[in-house]
Design a protein around this ligand. Structure first.
Ligand code: PLP
Length: 426
């Protein structure tokens, strides 16, 4: 079919009445579908269920470094867990501290520490009149929520195929000492699925911010979440690049096993330079006498090493891949060539990012809801929930079944078509 913009008003009106009929038919079915949640399906959770059996009352609950995991202590985490999370973070064991069950919690905590105590002897951000943070967009709504919660001004930076627009990042940080950091999801980013190029990573390592306490918040949430075994993306490791160019303290890396083992019951870690880790420990020792070492032990006994983790991730991919492909198949069949939307075809991660015609995203999400399909709120992928072009919609294919996704995608494309025609007619 020709692009909608080339069709006469008459043709568009006819098309619209056809599509409205189809939409009403679907509405009558009273469906309840959800493509808003980036969480693993039950089938994915079932793959790791054996983890519940690796520790029993009969188990030896002493870690290989001699720690009785039932007791208090060991602030950094047991050595075996540190080794595993260090491998996952692609850094040496000495560069890692294990935290609790969520990396988002560690990010919040790190931001909170910067506000109240400052990084490595710098003025706490909370004592400054104004603090700003760079936010590559579209991005992860919870990053933006943390930043907003602390009253930090967010500045949009376009996220390109290669990562954030580095010309803009370099220029902004060099001239404005109030810019204290940037959020990054370097691999299979949420929501566009892009991964940073080597050049982007190297430019981050060489960044020369006016603020000496500037930090790159490097959230590696999807570091091993490949959809295709033969198309795995490799991103240059940033901490090592920073060390090589004499800029070791600029990055703080975050990771967790949330979408590896169980979300909410995984283990999280922070990886950084010695100075940053000492800083984190000085704060953490007031917060806790140690995190959940039994869960650390459970993870280590279950996965053993990175080979165990990779094998497990292949099982996740086998469940996720057909879901991503189903959504792409319906979108391609129904929207291909119409010029009313573009979308990403990620090689990993949890999301597909859809861009509608300008000014249509909110209306599309509302339209889909009429037929019983819940999508992530339009605007959620931008700071303050404000997408300046009102065009980005995050699609999360992980939770529904393939059959549900087929119907959900059809509702979605119908909504896109109807809203786009409305826009073209007005
Ligand atoms: N970071 C990103 C980019 C995410 O997409 C998510 C979850 O969707 C998280 C962090 C949450 O991580 P955790 O479960 O470790 O708190």
């Amino acid at each position: 079919m020709a692009p909608y913009s080339k069709l006469s008003k008459e043709k568009l009106k006819n098309l619209k009445s056809d599509l409205e009929k189809q939409f009403e038919e679907i509405k009558k079915k009273g469906l309840h579908l959800d493509m808003s949640r980036g969480k693993p399906s039950k089938a994915q959770l079932d793959i790791g269920i054996g983890m519940m059996d690796v520790l029993t009352s009969e188990s030896d609950l002493v870690s290989s470094d001699g720690v009785d995991c039932r007791n208090y202590g060991v602030l950094d985490g047991i050595s075996d867990a540190r080794k595993l999370l260090a491998d996952l973070s692609e850094v040496p064991e000495r560069s890692v501290i294990i935290y609790g069950n969520s990396s988002l919690n560690v990010m919040f905590d790190t931001m909170s520490r910067a506000m109240t105590h400052g990084f490595m002897g710098s003025t706490p951000w909370g004592r400054l009149d104004h603090v700003k943070f760079l936010c590559p967009v579209p991005g992860y709504d919870r990053h933006f929520a943390i930043t907003e919660f602390f009253g930090i001004e967010m500045i949009n930076v376009p996220l390109l195929e290669t990562g954030p627009d580095m010309d803009m990042v370099e220029e902004l940080v060099a001239k404005d000492p109030l810019i204290k950091g940037i959020w990054c999801v370097p691999k299979y980013s949420n929501p566009t699925g892009i991964s940073y190029s080597d050049e982007t990573v190297r430019r981050f390592a060489r960044l020369k911010p006016a603020a000496k306490d500037f930090r790159i918040f490097w959230d590696n949430a999807y570091s091993i979440h490949h959809l295709y075994d033969d198309k795995r993306v490799v991103v240059l490791e940033l901490l090592n690049e920073c060390i090589k160019v004499g800029n070791p303290d600029i990055v703080i890396k975050f990771i967790s096993t949330s979408k590896v083992s169980f979300p909410g019951s995984g283990i999280a870690a922070l990886a950084a330079s010695r100075g940053n880790l000492e800083d984190a420990r000085r704060y953490m020792k007031y917060q806790t006498i140690g995190h959940d070492k039994l869960n650390q032990l459970r993870h280590v006994r279950y996965f053993k090493d990175m080979l165990g983790v990779y094998e497990h991730m292949r099982k996740h991919a086998a469940i996720l891949r057909p879901k991503f492909e189903k959504v792409d198949e319906v979108l391609t069949k129904e929207l291909g060539g119409l010029g009313i939307g573009t979308w990403t075809k990620p090689l990993g991660g949890y999301f597909i990012s859809f861009d509608s015609m300008e000014g249509c995203a909110k209306a599309i999400v509302a339209k889909a809801k009429e037929a019983g399909l819940v999508m992530t709120d339009a605007g959620a992928t931008y700071p303050y929930g404000k997408d300046p072009k009102d065009c980005n919609i995050r699609i999360a294919p992980s939770f529904p079944t393939v059959e549900e996704l087929e119907i959900a995608s059809k509702i979605f494309v119908l909504s896109v078509k109807l809203v786009s025609i409305e826009k073209l007619l007005n």
